[in-house]
Design a protein around this ligand. Structure first.
Ligand SMILES: NC(=O)c1ccc[n+]([C@@H]2O[C@H](COP(=O)([O-])OP(=O)(O)OC[C@H]3O[C@@H](n4cnc5c(N)ncnc54)[C@H](OP(=O)(O)O)[C@@H]3O)[C@@H](O)[C@H]2O)c1
Length: 407
């Protein structure tokens, strides 16, 4: 019999409980793959276990507590004590990644975190190992299942945001306090991690600009359908001439885009690089057993050997004013010359219109247009100017659009 690998399990909630069950179910398979049989030798919850004692008795620590405190201290202590660590904690990585990577490098032990981004999708492994020396130009996708479920339901049923959010909470797709998901903050933490790995440059959560989905109306979705657009909350990390840009925002995609059909609580991530064109992966982004399966995969990788050391290869600035294409929704007085006035404002800012849908609503008209890619600051000042036109009946609404049409 080989020596067992003794696992210290921090947290026994949704993921921790599922991981404990999975470890005993798959122990034989892990032994067959790695030569060592895993065994949970201690579990820490708020009411059970002592961290120092668990650390002392384990060969490897699995952190599934969530939050940064006390998780950060425990993970640092484990690494310093020479224990490899597996964590699913995106907040911890997004806020303290450099410190943890540094500690893991110094101690010469592995720190793995596949489950921290996009649940069961092995995107971390692909970026840091399969594409570890490939010049990645862009990583983007749907990295929050709650908001994807809400947007898919709003598009399918025409129901308003609040009603669909309540349904998502009933079905367990949204937490009682959904703030982190619906504001884009959860996706921002995941994008900070992906950007760090893809571009080998430090990126922290504070550098990620994010917008959520609370302002999306059924109207936006109905009009977008006519333009063959579907709405997703996208995380986008990309190389730009001046550095990198890392952002989260609601965004329309054309029907042929690989991310357009990804509905419900699913996640999907695309990686673009000149050498590979693009790779798309989709799957469940959360859930106890799904996330636990990613955690177990990391345990197996640790037992199998070497891992990336997360060296910084560049110090790239994170830029904020980039170019995007936009959907613009305007309610205006139905009078001759209004469209011309709006076109003039856009034209003066060198913004060209790709498509327009116009509808009469009594005395007023709705104008829904998609404009070609332009500098975001120019678009924002055009919208401000348009908002001041006396013919405007309500505040303009705009949402970004990914213009590429995949066919
Ligand atoms: N749930 C998912 O689908 C999912 C998906 C991807 C990643 N994740 C990540 O996985 C991690 C765990 O999430 P979860 O959903 O399993 O959370 P959870 O259900 O709330 O479980 C957290 C566990 O940690 C324990 N805990 C929390 N604070 C503690 C403290 N200060 N001292 C000791 N024990 C403490 C809790 O103890 P008690 O049992 O005593 O309360 C509980 O057992 C998080 O980082 C989360 O972001 C979760």
């Amino acid at each position: 019999m080989s020596e067992p690998v003794r696992i210290g399990l921090l947290g026994h909630g949704t993921v921790g409980g599922a991981f404990a069950a999975l470890i005993s179910e798959r122990a034989e398979a892990v032994e067959a793959a790695t030569g060592r049989r895993p065994e949970v030798v201690g579990t820490l919850t708020r009411s059970e276990g002592d961290f120092s004692d668990i650390l002392e008795r384990s060969d490897l620590v699995v952190e599934l507590l969530g939050g940064t405190d006390p998780a950060r201290g425990y993970v640092l202590d484990a690494l310093r004590a020479g224990r490899p660590v597996v964590t699913a904690n995106k907040q911890l990585l997004a806020q303290h990644g450099e410190e943890l990577f540094g500690e893991a490098r110094a101690a010469g032990v592995q720190l793995r975190f596949e489950a921290a981004v996009a649940g069961a999708i092995p995107i971390i492994r692909v970026i840091q190992e399969s594409l570890g020396v490939t010049e990645i130009s862009k990583v983007f996708g749907i990295v929050n299942g709650t908001t994807n479920f809400i947007l898919s339901e709003m598009a399918a049923t025409g129901a308003p945001y609040e009603e669909v959010l309540a349904r998502a909470q009933d079905l367990g797709y949204a937490e009682a306090d959904p703030t982190d998901d619906v504001t884009g903050a959860d996706a921002a933490a995941k994008m900070a991690i992906l950007a760090r790995l893809a571009f080998h440059t430090p990126v922290t959560l504070e550098q990620v600009a994010f917008e959520g989905i609370e302002q999306v109306t059924p109207d936006d979705l109905a009009y977008a359908k006519e333009l063959d657009l579907s709405l997703k909350l996208l995380g986008v990390a990309e190389r730009r001439e001046e550095g990198i840009s890392v952002r989260v925002f609601p965004c329309f995609l054309y029907g042929g885009h690989p991310l357009a059909p990804v509905g419900g609580p699913f996640n999907a991530v695309m990686v673009e690089a000149p050498a590979i064109t693009e790779v798309t992966m989709s799957g469940p982004g959360a859930g106890g057993p799904e996330t636990a399966s990613a955690v177990l995969g990391d345990v197996v990788s640790i037992l199998a050997g070497e891992a990336p050391v997360h060296e910084t290869r560049a110090e790239l600035p994170v830029v904020s004013d980039v170019t995007s294409s936009f959907y613009l929704h305007l309610e205006v007085a139905d009078r001759p010359g209004v469209l011309a006035k709006i076109a003039r404002v856009l034209g003066e800012n060198e913004i060209s219109v790709k498509s327009v849908v116009q509808r009469g609503i009594g005395e007023d008209a709705r104008l829904v247009m998609v404009v070609h890619e332009c500098l975001e600051s120019r678009f924002a000042s055009s919208v401000e100017e348009i908002a001041r036109l006396e013919e405007l009946r309500s505040a303009p609404r705009s949402i970004r659009v990914i213009e590429e049409e995949f066919v």
